[in-house]
Each structure stands twice: as C-alpha cells, then as structure tokens.
Write a protein that binds this ligand. Structure first.
Ligand code: SF4
Ligand code: SF4
Length: 473
C-alpha cells in the first residue's frame, strides 16, 4: 500500500443556486487577462444541456480520457496523429461591448448603443454562443445535445410537464490518473506529491494542446496570447496556507466542502483499467480511497511521510465522510477512467411539488419515494456512477431519510417517529449518522466545511512536529 494524500472537494448539488458567484470570483482572481477571456476554470452548467465547451462529454467528438486496449489503458487520442482540441465554435468567441460609445457619442435623436465587439480582434460581432448559452432554459431543443438523456425518452424531456433541470458546477477534477498529464510530450503537467493538485509548468509548456484534447472534462485551456496551456490550480497558494479555494469560499449556497482524502497509489492503475465501468466506480471508492481510521492505513501513511496533522485532517474531512463513509457523493463520469477527485452529492428534486400528486394530502408522506423524483435516477447515474442506478438510489434514500428523521424531531404527528426509524433503517443509517449528516449538509460551520491542513513542506525538516497529534495511536 502506497498512501498518498490529496486535497479534494465535494459539492452538494441539492443546494446549488446556479448563481455563478463561484465562476465570477474564480475569473476575477485567475483568468481576468488577455488570452484567457474565454477560459472558465470554474463554470456552472444548466443540465440537461450541451455543457461548456459544447458537448464536452461526447468523447466520439472530443477524444478525451482513456480506453482499454487489450485490457491495458490507452489514451483515446493518438499523440501527434489524432489532434482534435475543441475550436472556438465549441467554446465561444469572447466579447465585450463598446461602452465608451455611451459616453463619447455626440448628441443625436437616437440613444447611443454599445455594440458587442470581439475581445480577440475588436471587430463588431453577433453574439450567438456563450459559456452559459442555455442557462436556465430547460425544455428547449438544446438539452437534447445532452448525452446523459436516455435516447429512447428524449422527446418526453421537452414536454413542459416532464422537464427537469439542475445545476452542475465544474472545475478541474485533479484526477488520480490524469489523461492531460499522460498526453503531454514535454512533461509540463505534473501532479503534486504533497496534495495531489495537477498543474501545468508554464516554463515547460510549448502549447501543443494534446492535454486540451486528452482531458475528457475539457478543463485545460489554451491561452492564445501566451501560446501555453492553463488550467484550474485549485487555488494552491490559498490551500498551502490552509484556506479554501476562492470558488468554495465564496459559494453562496455553501454547497462546497474541501478536505483531505487518503488513497492507495498502488491501486490507481489497476482500478482505472477495470473493464466494467460500474465495477470501476465501486472499486474506486472501496479500494483506492482509504479509511483514515484504519491503523494499517495510518501506519502506512506515516511511513510515506504524511504528517500527522494531515492524517487527522483526513479523519475530519467532510469529503471523506460524504464519499467513503456515507457514500452519498460520486465523481463525474468515472467511466472516463481518470479517477476524478472532485465529487458530487446528487440532487433530490423539488419535493413538495410532487407530494400531492403522489400521496394525496397526507402530510406525513411529504417526502416522495426515490422513484417518484422528478430528476430521473438514470440521468444522475449516467453522470455520476457510470450508469449504476443502485448507487444513486441508495444515496438519495439516505438524503431523504435524514430529512424524514429531522422532521420527526420537530413535527408532532402520530407514527412519524416510527416512520423516521424505518426510513433510517432502510437507508442503512444510524440516528448518529443522521445527526452528523444533518449538521454537515444543512448547518455546517466554516471549519466543518473546510478542513485544510497547511502545506506539509513546512514540516519537512521538523520530524518532531510529525508525531504525537492527539487522537492518533
Ligand atoms: S480534469 Fe483536470 S486533472 Fe483530470 S484530466 Fe482534465 S485537466 Fe487533467
Ligand atoms: S457559487 Fe455555489 S451556489 Fe452559486 S453557482 Fe457556484 S456552486 Fe452553485
């Protein structure tokens, strides 16, 4: 067992407002400069929809991630032969407006107009695409470009009574088996040993853009001004100081949780090459991600030089609890085989709107069954568990059970307490789990949402600081 520690994030999609505050704050801090106008290291997509860049999930078109060749992992793109990064049409042509016209125009009968102009060459342009082009437009034809929709049922999703929508915030997944890194012939992309953050060394990059094509999430961008590739850096200068990334700090819905995950580096390639994608997903959680309370894991982590405060952080990590302990958070498209380390708690649908129809006016049944939810479980499974609906159903059951349990504490209703106990039992949760989940999901404080130890480099020459942290054997 080769234990490594990684800073990881989980997002609770139930609470995402689609406000894009995360997007704007990230933009202002990192990509507010020439050459990076069209880059959205953080973006929030309205789903179903084509996403950004357009149809990034369609690997027949975009050629990202890994495939199996005779049981062995192989990049889907063939370096130097098969070079297809997305074009400007897949992203969009960035634009601004001629604002100065509003101030400098001579007086006329007409109100002056600030026309859109290209941010690349300054010419007037018609705006016809953007990073959020289908924002909040569930029910339009654009959503049919979403590959997660069941092809046989596509037509029903455009009928008003059946449409559904949700938000999907995305950043680089800082994968354990990053195809961007493997595709770089210059070895300019590297995964940091101490915290797993994947970075592009700007001094080595020559702008070949194989990484752009190879990333199945399309989270590497080419800077047309510098001629080099860039990507989300998980705000590593902030992480090193124990601070959350800007997107997480400023998240209005408080949906983002940041913490340490311990993983077994020896298992990464074997699990990434698991032939059955749904088994891959389960093995990722069961075998690659480690239990930070396991004495063998603790001792192997110490032997690998992981400081004790990182191990205790892994034990307190909200991401560990959501992904490994309760198994309610999943990675995006595990079938791309990069083992992504950003996780998502799938959303419940709006609950109260369906209860009358499903249950009459029985207030005790205010929470619908998983099968009654508006967002199809199959759709969520296609996005988060390589199609394994049972995993998603189990996670949603747990989330509903916690709500029923919390409600039973506050509402006097005959039989409600028994119902809550039954819901918890069916979801495989104890009352203590439910209390803990409620605190983390609903009313978590800053220090519960962000458990980030400072950079271990600080401890490199101070072995006396690596031992004796309270609570560890
Ligand atoms: S999500 Fe990030 S780490 Fe993973 S392949 Fe894409 S750019 Fe690389
Ligand atoms: S700031 Fe938070 S709530 Fe708003 S869109 Fe981003 S992730 Fe969602």
């Amino acid at each position: 067992m080769k234990v490594r520690a990684q800073i990881s994030m989980a997002m609770n999609l139930d609470k995402c407002l689609g406000c894009n505050t995360c997007t704007v704050t990230c933009k202002n801090v990192w990509t507010n400069r020439q050459g990076a106008e069209y880059m959205w290291w953080n973006n929030v997509e309205t789903r179903p929809g084509p996403g950004y860049p357009r149809q990034w999930e369609n690997q027949d078109k975009h050629n990202g991630g890994w495939v199996l060749d005779g049981g062995k992992l192989k990049l889907r793109i063939e370096i130097k032969k098969d070079y297809k990064p997305p074009g400007l049409d897949d992203y969009y042509e960035p634009w601004t407006y001629e604002y100065e016209v509003l101030f400098s125009e001579k007086q006329t009968d007409q109100q002056p107009v600030a026309r859109p102009i290209s941010l690349i060459d300054g010419r007037p342009m018609d705006v016809s695409n953007g990073p959020n082009w289908n924002d909040d437009l569930a029910g339009t034809d654009l959503l049919l470009e979403d590959p997660n929709l069941d092809p046989l049922q596509k037509s029903i999703y455009t009928q008003f009574k059946d449409v559904f929508m949700m938000y999907l915030p995305r950043i680089c997944n800082h994968c354990l088996n990053p195809s961007c890194l493997a595709a770089c012939p210059r070895k300019a992309i590297y995964k940091r040993e101490e915290d797993g953050i994947v970075l592009v060394d700007q001094s080595r990059c020559r702008g070949y853009r194989y990484c752009v094509a190879a990333c199945p999430y399309k989270k590497v961008y080419y800077n047309w001004k510098t001629g080099k590739s860039e990507k989300c850096i998980l705000c590593y200068p902030r992480i090193e100081a124990g601070q959350p990334p800007v997107c997480a700090l400023t998240c209005v819905g408080k949906i983002r949780y940041v913490g340490v995950l311990l993983y077994d580096a020896d298992k990464v390639l074997d699990v990434a090459a698991e032939p059955d994608p749904t088994r891959l997903m389960r093995r990722f959680i069961d075998e690659v991600l480690l239990d930070p309370f396991d004495p063998d894991v603790i001792s192997a982590a110490r032997s690998a030089g992981i400081p004790d405060d990182w191990i205790t952080a892994a034990q307190r990590s909200p991401v560990y609890k959501m992904v490994k302990k309760w198994q309610v958070a999943f990675p995006l498209h595990p079938e791309f085989r990069t083992l992504p380390m950003i996780f998502y708690v799938p959303p419940l649908s709006p609950v109260v709107t369906t209860f009358e129809q499903a249950y009459g006016a029985k207030i005790t049944d205010v929470f619908p069954r998983v099968s009654e939810l508006r967002i199809p479980v199959k759709y969520l499974a296609s996005m988060f568990t390589a199609g394994d609906t049972a995993l998603v159903e189990q996670a949603l059951k747990k989330l509903i059970a916690v709500r029923i349990y919390e409600r039973s504490k506050n509402v006097t209703e005959p039989g409600l307490a028994d119902k809550a106990k039954q819901a918890l039992a069916e979801a495989g949760l104890t009352e203590q789990d439910a209390e803990e989940m409620y605190r983390l999901f609903a009313i978590a404080r800053y220090e519960d949402r962000f458990v980030i130890p400072t950079n271990p480099k600080r401890y490199a020459n101070q072995p006396q600081l690596q031992r004796g942290v309270a609570g560890l054997p």
